[in-house]
Structure formats: C-alpha cells, structure tokens
Design a protein around this ligand. Structure first.
Ligand code: SF4
Length: 337
C-alpha cells in the first residue's frame, strides 16, 4: 500500500515511539474501508486503531428489537430497513415475525412510508444524524415512529472518560448534517474523515499530529462535503419534530439525551403502544460480545462464536448482520474473500 501519508504516519510514530496511542473510528463506513484495505495491519506498532459505536444497526439496543417484534406479534403493522429485519431479538427477529405471518414490511427508503399502503404502519427508525432527517420528515407527515435514533457525541464523551482513546476519526456523513461544530465539545483531538482509503490514511496522519502535539482541535478533512454549520434545513426539521431522550445503547446502556424521539406523543409508538411494550421482559445476557466490540474493547475474532456459530447467515448478535457497517459482518466478509 503506497501512500505518502502512510510514510508520514510511520515517520511521526517513530519520532514519538515511546508513546502508544489509541484512535477510534465511529462510523460503519470507515470500519468497512479500514478492514477492506487492511489499514490496521499497516499502521506502526504504537498506533492502535479501534472501531467504536458507529454502526446504526449494531448500537440499537436489544430491548428496542424486542419491542418491535412484540408490536408485530400483537398485530400492529410495522416497517423498517433491511438489516433491521435480521437482527436477532430475544424471541426472534422481525424477519421471523414476518415468516409467522405478521405484517412486517421491509422498506428501502423511509419515503416509502408515505405511500398509502404504509401510512398506518409503525416505522422503526434507526441510525444517527445521517438518517434522522428522513424520519423527521415522516413525523412531519404524521407517521407513527418507534425511534431508536441516536446522536453521536454523548457516547463519545463517555468513551473519552472511561477508556484510553486518544482521538477520534469523526464520521463524515454525520458531520455533513450536524456540521463540524458539533465535535467541538469533545476534549480530544479529532479529524473528520472521508470514506476512501487515501482519505482515511491522510486523516489518521493528521490525527496523530494533533495527538502527539497535544492539540485538542477538530480538523475538517472532508471539506468537500462537510461545512462548519452543517445542513441547517435538516437540523430545523429534526428540531421541529423530535426531542432528546435517554436512549439505550447496546453494550453501553442508557445514555443521557443520546437519542431523539417524536415530540408528538400521538406519533410516538413507545407512548401509543405502551400497554403492549410493558409486557416485554428485559433481554437476558448472552455470550455475544457486541457490546465490548462497540466500545473498542475487543475485536470480532476475540468472540468465541465468530465464524463458527455466528455468521452472516446465522447472526447471533447485531454486529454480524451488516456486511458493510457491522464490525463482525465486515470481518467475516474480509476473512472469506
Ligand atoms: S461474532 Fe456474533 S456473537 Fe460474537 S460479538 Fe460478533 S455478532 Fe456477537
């Protein structure tokens, strides 16, 4: 892998060879490029690159999956994106509920929810600031939503406090909506990165510069897409239709004001169907290590179920479902190819 910034990374890491650094990416798209091109393997020994809570499907809490399956089994028509259909809940997935004859629909885009046959369904909205504007648009049109939407900074603040993360590669798509300004409250070096191999390597070099020179700054290294203020129209739509709530994250539990839910209780499936959801029991602990993987505490191959019991055809945990954003799914795909 010939890249001028890779040479620069080696030079700066060797100049500061006594210091070990850990950097984290928090975007499923970055994870995919990093694993696909083996970027971790070519970094110097004193630079550790780990994946964080950046895959929207993976961070969705087990209880949210169980709630949606419970709604479907109670006869409420529901809809969601493809990957969410396959994520195993405690008592089966939405796909399983569909096989049982329940009214579960997979949509390719949120806009399908505005079609007449879908308007009465509950939309299972997931994802970060990137996909939230679409759900906000549905709420603006009176669609009922079970929201598992999340915002990135709160878990990142916790990771800064509780782990040895020295800096973040900030997600490009999220930043496109929020603007670069959103990262300024985090007191660690950060670089907003694009998604191509060379963009990620360049961002890693710039991040190492900040870390070694002890500068808690945010560099926007994706200015062709990300502005300082972000997409203000999308931000306004979210503000009008959604409000913060204490969302539960897989492996991290509830985090203060880390999620967005409908402002209008009539469009909030958690409120509208509270009586059905009341009966859903707390998810039991399993051998799946997704929660640790999402905090950079271990790698997919550290899980004893990886590639044997847990595969993309038979995902035991959420991180195996998506082969483009889930750390386990991507690692399995790279191992196979
Ligand atoms: S390999 Fe499967 S069971 Fe293990 S952490 Fe990944 S998703 Fe969970």
């Amino acid at each position: 892998m010939m890249n001028i910034y890779l040479e620069k990374i080696r030079d700066i890491a060797s100049e500061y060879s006594s210091k070990k650094v850990t950097i984290m990416e928090v975007c499923g798209g970055h994870t995919n490029t990093i694993m696909q091109y083996g970027i971790r393997d070519v970094l110097p020994k004193n630079v550790r690159l780990v994946s964080g809570p950046g895959c929207p499907v993976c961070v969705t809490d087990q209880r949210d999956i169980d709630h949606m399956v419970a709604l479907a089994r109670a006869g409420i028509p529901v809809a969601t994106y493809g990957d969410m259909m396959h994520v195993p809940g405690t008592k089966g997935s939405l796909e399983k509920a569909k096989e049982e004859g329940k009214d579960v629909k997979m949509v390719m885009t949120a806009m399908e929810m505005l079609e007449p046959e879908n308007r009465d369904r509950v939309f299972f909205g997931i994802g970060f600031e990137t996909t939230t504007p679409m759900t906000a648009y549905l709420l603006h049109h009176g669609i009922t939503v079970y929201s598992a939407h999340k915002v990135m900074p709160p878990p990142m603040k916790i990771l800064v406090k509780k782990t040895d993360i020295d800096g973040f590669l900030d997600p490009g798509h999220v930043s496109c909506i929020t603007g670069a300004k959103i990262w300024e409250d985090l007191t660690v070096p950060q670089v907003i990165a694009g998604f191509k191999k060379d963009q990620i390597i360049r961002a890693i070099y710039k991040l190492l510069q900040l870390i070694f020179e002890k500068k808690n700054l945010v560099i926007n290294d994706y200015p062709e897409v990300v502005s300082y203020e972000g997409n203000q129209k999308a931000q306004e739509l979210i503000e009008q239709t959604m409000k913060p709530y204490n969302a539960r994250w897989r492996g991290m539990g509830p985090i203060l004001e880390s999620g967005l839910e409908p402002r209008d209780d009539n469009c909030n499936a958690r409120k509208k169907y509270a009586d059905i959801l009341l009966d859903v029991k707390k998810a039991p602990k399993t051998a799946c290590r997704c929660g640790e993987i999402l905090q950079g505490k271990c790698e997919p191959t550290d899980c004893p179920l990886f590639g044997s019991i847990c595969t993309p055809r038979n995902p035991i945990g959420a991180c195996m479902v998506s082969e483009t954003e889930g750390a386990c799914g991507i690692a399995y795909k790279c191992m196979e190819s």
